[in-house]
Ligand binder design. Sequence first.
Ligand code: TSJ
Length: 645
Amino acid sequence: MNTEETETNQEYGADQIQILEGLEAVRKRPGMYIGSTSSRGLHHLVYEIVDNAVDEALAGYCNNVDVSVNADNSITVIDDGRGIPVGINHKTGIPAVEVVFTILHAGGKFGGGGYKVSGGLHGVGASVVNALSSWLEVTIYHEGKIYRQRYEQGKTIYKLKVIGTCDLDKTGTMITFLPDDTVFEEIVFDFDILQTRFREIAFLTKGLKIVLRYLRSEKKIEKVYHYKGGIKEFVEYLNRSKTPLYPDIIYCEGKQNGVMVEIAIQHNDSFTENTYGFVNSINTPEGGTHIIGFRNAITKTFNDYGRKNKILKHNEPNLNGEDIREGLTAIVSIKIKDPQFEGQTKQKLGSSEARSAVDNILSSQLEMFLEQHPSVAKKIIEKSILSQRAREAARKARDLSRRKSAMDGMSLPGKLADCTDKDPKKCEIYIVEGDSAGGSAKSARSRATQAILPLRGKILNVEKARMDRIYGNTEIKAMITAFGTGIHDDFDISKLRYDKIIIMTDADVDGAHIATLMLTFLYRFMPELIKKGHVYLAKPPLYKIEKNKKIWYAYNDDELNKIMAEIGRDGSNTIQRYKGLGEMDAEQLWGTTMDPSRRILLRVTMDEEISSEVDLTFTTLMGDKVEQRREFIEARAKDVKNLDT
Ligand code: TSJ
């Protein structure tokens, strides 16, 4: 809660007319309060309401939260907390619940100074949701009575009234609201978006049971999220498709200077770190003081333990943090009053007390854990030493290749058939699976603007390989030099040699797998290319239909059926199902997949704001389930048919 605005609210409270003006301001500039009026903003309304119930759970008064997306797209949230207070608020002379819904930023004053997040988009309050809803009804169960009040576009329709009685022991709050379709671009709630967030909240709020019901679609969905182990189960979940290095989940919790800290840790045998920070249950992709404290404690504690127990020899250098965090999955969750956020997006925690609280609590409890579990400690430190050696080898290889490229003016890979035009804006590169398809693509292409880089077989899975192997991999080296941008710290997008990087693979499971590996590499090493929209998937046709010397191409089964219905299913048709790019000759490949005026390209996109979510999803999917991954990619690739016309 921002103090300046709280003071302003006291003036609002003094005058009912000004109250309405407050909510009018929200309707005039909704983006200022909920970030946007797109789908993202729409979903924020639900989080905003649910957050209040979660606060009640954190205060120890609520065990169940029920969220329904109703058939008419309204949302119902029910909790079994104490019920929003119905007594008259002395400053305004109206019931506290009405204050909550009609006065801007009233939440904090009535929340008893709970752990709400200020800044960012959360914690703007129930009144903002009310202002942006066509209608909202609140029902409160309290001391044997059922109370109700209704608002439309933020305006009170009738005074708080008793509509019935209930058992004395039944308490809680029920809210139903319909987002205003004159405010939002569209009013369609996405089950996947909601479930990701509620699963996360359930992991972060140990013991809280959240039920999500989706009643919009034909088949009704009901999911229950309830984790008695809290973030321990979160880490288990994130590692579920990986091989843990040891069976234990290292868990610490404590409180210092008003900061509540909870940390769960487990290494797996992979080489990437997945640490997710949360402040008051909100993900902090940009990190901040809590993450700095976490890293500091990890580095110090493992080095101290390694020295003391002589796993690290006296003539060996200290392990650096990155080495210890190789293959680490961790959740760092803190609860803090009035968190301060910094940086451009105000998403990076700045509160310094969070750093020392996390550092101290983790250091002392982790040290104890290591003393009690020497075999776990040994496994982690030995893995770190291997990582350290690999990092050193990779550095040497990189230095060598840097020097080499400086000397020979950066020679392009031999297999690359480059285009002749040197203006990157006009140029595109096709990364093609297999030498034979590569050959067809080379003869099919438009030489001036289209470059072809054939790759042999499956490329290295960078999720499963160490740095030294990645830098040494021929296919990966070829891509890096062809793109011209360099990777990691050396990455420079202004050096990109092609406007479009087009991944062209067979339209089968293997092809999808190769495309996934390629995207994983790009995502981990050159995420800017995806964020800036330079990466595409080519979409080759699945069928060729021939009748009376005329040819049609179908890109999926629906299209095939449509074409067949049009031209008739008599015996003079032939239908050919393409098994791979190799079955097409150069002319067909050009006509169906490479000609800018006829081809279909899928642009791979990544919303910058949700990149942490993407990260989580990648982590989750890069296990071994090809089908799941292909669905993930296809669901997120936008269909940009005939992009250039
Ligand atoms: F704010 C809201 F309307 F959006 C909302 C509030 C929505 C939902 C689904 C739940 C809630 C809510 C609020 N659930 N439980 C509460 N609890 C209180 O507001 C409350 C009750 C009693 C006391 C007390 O000190 O006795 C204090 C508070 C904050």
